[in-house]
Design a protein around this ligand. Structure first.
Ligand code: FM0
Length: 332
């Protein structure tokens, strides 16, 4: 009888409060700066991997759809790193589901590669540590290195070209009054990948010279604010950090931006919330959606106010999320 290697894991996505924007080494996926995120409960990926002699080639099925050769190749390259560690050439079937309420366009490579790394580790009985898995996930997508942990997570930039020195670790459990609201805007916005966008920014934006220094300061300040559980400070620092990242893109040549008209409207709505005495700050990533940092105890009041100007279906509330965990196998 042939032994099959199979496992299924759930990993949650994360939103950076201090952003990762740029690589110092593209081949090794090493970032220019450290970064810090909050893992979210509401958005996650479940990924089963099955290594077996029955497969002649790797297969990748996402949300019940067989994926293109291009998508499959990305997965195959990622699987190769695990095959190397196990010294096997078994092919695999990867079956993945993105759990994102509505068609929110928040599906993230972060939860996807974190879940796949965990499943490969268990299926192939590699017994890698969380830190080693964070390094493995990083090779799929930089932000995925942070989804190996729950709550507030810091991804260390590491040293030089030492690939093993850059991984994430938990910073704070976030088991206190903090939440995040995703405000989904304009899902039809043209997408361009963060990978290309950050490289173009490094190569052409004169403002990028300031970025690393600003991140270092913001990171120290937000860590103190998290330890003090000062949401107002956390929000102020995160909002400013996100805007500085987007400013580097506005100064790129040619310039580009992820801001849509609706994103600007959402940011203004958050500023108005503050005028009414609520504690709410925004952040934005490589897409038009706006995410709001707030005390969880204020989400109902914020939701109600935002519902006057935005479709309630597009306002998605989340608590902080957990680290990846094993889930039952799906039927073959
Ligand atoms: O998450 O080229 O990880 O810190 O989301 O795959 O490493 O998709 F706002 C942008 C994430 C970038 C900030 O980039 O890029 C953050 C961002 P890859 P990712």
């Amino acid at each position: 009888m042939t032994k099959d290697f199979i496992a299924n894991y759930q990993a949650h996505t994360n939103i950076a409060l201090i952003k990762y924007w740029g690589k110092r080494n593209q081949d090794l996926m090493l970032p220019v700066t450290s970064s810090l995120s909050l893992t979210l409960e509401a958005f996650y990926t479940q990924t089963q991997v099955h290594f077996s002699k029955d497969y002649d080639e790797d297969q990748f099925i996402l949300n019940d759809q067989i994926q293109s050769a291009q998508e499959r190749q990305k997965i195959s390259r990622f699987l190769n790193r695990f095959r190397q560690l196990k010294n096997t050439d078994l092919k695999a079937q990867v079956t993945s589901y993105n759990h994102v309420p509505t068609a929110a366009g928040l599906a993230s490579s972060a939860s996807a590669f974190a879940a796949l790394a965990c499943s490969c580790n268990e299926a192939l009985e590699l017994k890698l540590s969380q830190e080693e898995l964070s390094i493995m996930a990083r090779f799929g997508s930089g932000s995925a290195s942070r989804s190996l942990f729950g709550g507030f997570v810091e991804w260390e930039k590491g040293q030089g070209d030492d690939s093993q020195s850059s991984y994430a670790h938990p910073f704070d459990e976030a088991d206190w009054d903090i939440g995040m609201i995703a405000l989904v805007v304009n899902q039809k916005a043209k997408k361009f990948s963060s990978r290309q966008a950050m490289q173009h920014t490094i190569e052409t934006s004169p403002f990028y010279a300031l970025w690393a220094e600003e991140v270092a300061k913001d990171l120290e300040a937000i860590k103190a604010a998290i330890k003090a559980r000062d949401i107002q400070k956390i929000g102020q620092i995160a909002e400013h950090n996100a805007m500085k990242m987007h400013a580097t893109m506005l100064a790129a040549n040619p310039s580009f931006s992820y801001f849509q008209a609706e994103s600007l409207k959402a940011m203004e709505a958050v500023r108005q919330l503050r005028k009414t005495g609520l504690t709410a700050y925004f952040t934005m990533d490589a897409g038009p959606n706006v995410k709001i940092i707030c005390p969880y105890s204020q989400v109902a009041a914020i939701q109600e106010k935002l519902s006057q100007d935005f479709d309630p279906q597009n306002i998605i509330v989340s608590r902080p999320g957990p680290q990846p965990f094993s889930i039952p196998l799906i039927n073959q």
